[in-house]
Ligand binder design. Structure first.
Ligand code: 8YV
Length: 323
């Protein structure tokens, strides 16, 4: 039997590409140049399945491509806001994601941002590399203590819980959270996590606020001027979720006015564009969407997406179906 045809939109770690080559008649992207809308539409017409990444916009128009052959979009990533899942369902196209495998790395990165922002690590490094360090002194670059502070989590799914575990057990932090789906009593006790009835209640109490909700129409600009006004003065926002969850202009205003003390950001509204005003701020740590960027995890994400394609083409239910 002929192998199913698959397009993988970006270069993946070699082990994942090798497995894809064995299982599928696969088109790889050796040059790693992003596919434009026309190339994605051609793929929709000519192959059985697509394996896209966060930057590939799988729009309603694309999913309704006349003469479409593709029946599955196996996203490389746990977040799938790059795919119009409503349109996928309407067109009978299966969508899968890659949960679990990137939980720990993304939590590590949230803690990296928290520590770097609180302890002024980026600023200190810039000072040293810029040849401006004049030597040790008791009042040099005094920062915010992390240990024992209150961390507020907006969303307590897999990644939120992994962040809570690190912060509570490793840094003695008090964990509060808001999520439409509360933790079980046992789950909450293990993390020392207390639920709050509203996002505002979390913001009012937290020294650090970390976002761990998916990007949906409901969570778009969840952090806006009114919500920044609820945060404690000097508190720090961490975002490893999606840029859309934060109104970036309102964040800039909150940082400029001193309403909040800093931000650690791995994701942005218009990636790869980052507002110049953020880049100019010393109290902001900016990373280029590195949440899952370890070799181990990027291989595991590839394998998981390939598992989903293999199951689908083998006639069984893919494990990670989201539409
Ligand atoms: C991925 C991510 O690198 O999985 C996610 O949701 O944000 C990242 O870890 C990205 O989605 C790859 O497409």
């Amino acid at each position: 039997m002929a192998k199913p045809k698959v397009v993988i939109t970006r270069k993946l770690p070699a082990a994942a590409e090798e497995r894809a080559r064995k299982l599928f008649d696969v088109e790889l992207n050796a040059n790693d140049v992003p596919l434009d809308a026309a190339a994605l539409a051609r793929a929709m017409r000519e192959v059985d399945g697509l394996l896209p990444c966060v930057a590939d916009k799988i729009t309603a128009e694309l999913l309704a491509t006349p003469g479409r052959k593709a029946k599955i979009v196996a996203n490389y990533g746990v977040g799938y806001n790059n795919i119009d899942v409503v349109a996928a369902k309407a067109n009978g196209i299966v969508v899968t994601n890659t949960p679990d495998v990137l939980t720990e790395d993304t939590a590590d990165l949230a803690l990296t941002l928290m520590l770097m922002t609180a302890r002024r690590a980026g600023e200190g490094e810039r000072e040293l590399r810029g040849g401006k360090w004049t030597g040790w002194r008791p009042t040099h670059m005094l920062a915010t203590q992390v240990n024992g502070k209150t961390l507020g989590l907006i969303g307590i799914g897999r990644i939120g819980r992994a962040v809570a575990r690190r912060a509570h057990l490793g840094f003695g932090m008090k964990i509060i959270y808001h999520d439409p789906y509360p933790l079980s009593d046992a789950g909450a006790n293990a993390l020392g996590a207390e639920r709050r009835e509203s996002i505002e209640a979390v913001l009012r109490e937290s020294d650090f606020v970390s976002l761990h909700c998916p990007a949906t129409p409901e969570t778009r600009h969840l952090m806006n001027a009114a919500r920044f006004a609820q945060m404690k003065q000097g508190s720090i926002l961490i975002n490893t979720a999606r840029g859309d969850v934060v109104n970036e202009l309102d964040l800039i205003s909150a940082l400029e006015s001193g309403a909040i003390g800093g931000a650690g950001l791995d994701v942005f509204e218009k990636e790869p564009t980052v507002p110049a005003k953020l880049i100019a701020m010393e109290n902001v740590v900016l990373l280029p969407h590195l949440g899952s960027a370890t070799t181990e995890t990027r291989v595991a994400m590839g394998m998981r997406a390939i598992d989903n394609l293999e199951a689908f083409f083998g006639g069984t239910a893919p494990r990670d179906r989201v539409a």
